[in-house]
Design a protein around this ligand. Structure first.
Ligand SMILES: N[C@@H](CCC(=O)N[C@@H](CS)C(=O)NCC(=O)O)C(=O)O
Length: 220
């Protein structure tokens, strides 16, 4: 049987989701870096794999899956242990509710993209900062007593939101004093081997020292 193959890039939050699932499930795979900065993702060779020209793409034998959340579901159903989706109906509903809320409310804020890749700074961002912080306050309230968003299980809810919070905590300086539970949750996630080995953290390491980009630290 062919080895699994994940097409990604170290700066890709969506590829990180797929990779976290693969690693949490202890699967062997080849990671193929698609150089987004050189436009490799828009070349015919890659578009033959994903006509949208985006990473991640997972290839598993004859199966070719793109869209990070579809990959997460594919892996969960194809390789069911260890499971990353709770079986308890309430916990499962919470898991999917969080993913839905994330997609609808948090992801579209995209302040990190504007700061990191668009060169925007605090003065340019106006009420986008207020909206992001208001959303983060809601998520601060979602971190409960369990170590993860749905209790003891590190689930796809944690996986789907982790790159976003990593970017705004490490990159934009979300203040720990105002968001202690999110910071503690993020630290717990980072102590997991699957998360600790992420190329994402090395790729963004310098951002933690870049005062100009820490727009959330300055906003308070
Ligand atoms: N909805 C897709 C989004 C994929 C996506 O936006 N990937 C980015 C990297 S994180 C990409 O390939 N960007 C290059 C482009 O869109 O041209 C998913 O969840 O996988």
């Amino acid at each position: 049987m062919d080895r699994l193959k994940l097409y990604g890039h170290p700066y890709s939050n969506n590829a990180m989701r797929a990779q976290l699932c693969l690693d949490e499930k202890g699967l062997d795979y080849d990671y193929v870096t698609v150089d987004l900065f050189k436009g490799e993702h828009k070349q015919p060779a890659f578009k033959a794999i994903n006509p949208r020209g985006q990473v991640p793409v997972l290839v598993d034998g004859a199966a070719r899956v793109y869209e990070s959340v579809a990959i997460v579901h594919y892996l969960e159903h194809r390789y069911s242990t260890p499971s990353l989706i709770p079986s308890d109906p309430v916990a499962m509903a919470t898991c999917f509710r969080l993913i839905g809320e994330f997609n609808q409310k948090l992801d579209p804020t995209n302040v990190f993209g504007s700061v990191k890749f668009g060169g925007k700074r605090l003065a340019d961002l106006g009420e986008r900062i207020d909206k992001l912080l208001a959303e983060c306050r809601i998520w601060e309230g979602y971190v409960g007593d369990g170590p993860y968003f749905v209790g003891d299980m590190f689930s796809i809810a944690d996986i789907v939101v982790l790159p976003f919070f990593g970017a705004i905590i490490d990159g934009l300086g979300l203040p720990e004093a105002d968001f202690p539970k999110l910071h503690a949750w993020y630290d717990r996630c980072k102590s997991r081997p699957s998360v600790a080995k992420q190329p994402w953290f090395a790729a963004f390491a310098d951002d933690r020292l870049n005062d100009e980009q820490r727009v959330l630290a300055k906003a308070g």
